[in-house]
Design a protein. Structure first.
Length: 301
């Protein structure tokens, strides 16, 4: 079961959230047919969005993480609800690059670094809160760390990883965010940096030892307490009604062109594998409703 585990240390001055997300990243890989490099880029982004989404306290809130670094993968998008459930996609799911000299997938090369990381939080107000920073490396974890410090003024450390097996399945996926709360002593920063630098490879820990080992290594020699655990999954909120609403928002002339062709249309969701079909008669009804809504009539006096 995929999950986010939250712990505190140093009398509450350190907060650490860990995500173990093999199944949800595998689901994303199955839906989008991603190459190993694209699986890693999308998987890291999904893990990051899930961790940040779960941090939101508002019910029915959502968080969108968008990365566009000018690389061959195009845009990487991940959307989380306030429970940490996520969905996402990449612009070019088939892009693949040679391994880096250290033998790791070249996520930074696929994403690029000539662009921005943007986070949008929708908490039900008229306008979402939007923050962004320039990309540091395109490797996503480093970029998210920079975003949290520069845009939200929260000293943080972030690690994200996806291990793709030889058969292209996801063997391990996850990561963590460690944050220092206001008033934390400077000595804690040095200790955390020392521990994180000495950690074993993230995906090796997840695949061999389990998510709890991340706490033991990152918070070494510190007393910590697990304060929560939340199940998470790849979840899309698309529905026939939402697709119908989207169709009603396009230009009337476009709808009429579709109707004139006399063929049913199919609309696929960007985030999942669902396909919604609409007959010519159904398109007629949508066009009629749209036409009635734009005839200038009003109940107001």
């Amino acid at each position: 079961m995929d999950r986010i585990i939250i712990a505190t240390a140093a009398d509450g001055f350190i907060k650490m959230a860990v995500i173990d997300a093999r199944d949800l990243v595998q689901r994303a890989r199955d839906i989008h047919g991603t190459s190993p490099t694209a699986s890693a880029a999308l998987g890291r982004s999904l893990c990051a969005a899930s961790l940040m989404g779960e941090m939101m306290k508002e019910n029915n809130a959502s968080l969108t993480l968008r990365i566009n670094g000018g690389g061959p993968i195009g845009s990487v998008v991940a959307v989380s609800d306030s429970g940490g459930n996520v969905r996402g996609y990449v612009g070019n799911p088939s892009v693949d690059l040679p391994l880096r000299p250290d033998g790791k997938l070249d996520v930074g090369g696929a994403v690029g670094r000539d662009g921005m990381l943007t986070v949008s939080r929708d908490i039900g107000l008229k306008e979402p809160y939007i923050g962004s920073t320039e990309l540091v490396s395109g490797e996503i974890a480093e970029d998210l760390t920079a975003y949290l410090l520069e845009s939200e003024q929260v000293p943080s450390a972030c690690a994200l990883g996806v291990l793709v097996d030889r058969d292209l399945s996801i063997r391990a996926a996850g990561g963590f965010i460690v944050q220092l709360m206001p008033g934390a002593e400077e000595s804690l920063i040095g200790k955390l940096e020392e521990n994180i630098f000495a950690m074993d490879q993230l995906t090796a820990i997840l695949s061999e030892d389990g998510a709890e080992e991340l706490f033991r290594q990152a918070l070494k020699d510190m007393e910590y307490h697990v304060v929560g655990e939340v199940p998470v999954q790849y979840r899309c909120y698309c529905s026939r009604e939402r697709v119908e609403d989207a169709l009603s928002c396009i230009e009337l002339s476009e709808l009429e062109d579709m109707i004139a062709k006399g063929q049913d249309i199919s609309v696929s969701c960007q985030f999942c594998d669902k396909v919604y079909s609409f007959s010519v008669d159904e398109l007629h009804k949508i066009a009629e409703m749209k036409n009635k809504g734009s005839d200038g009539s009003s109940d107001e006096v």
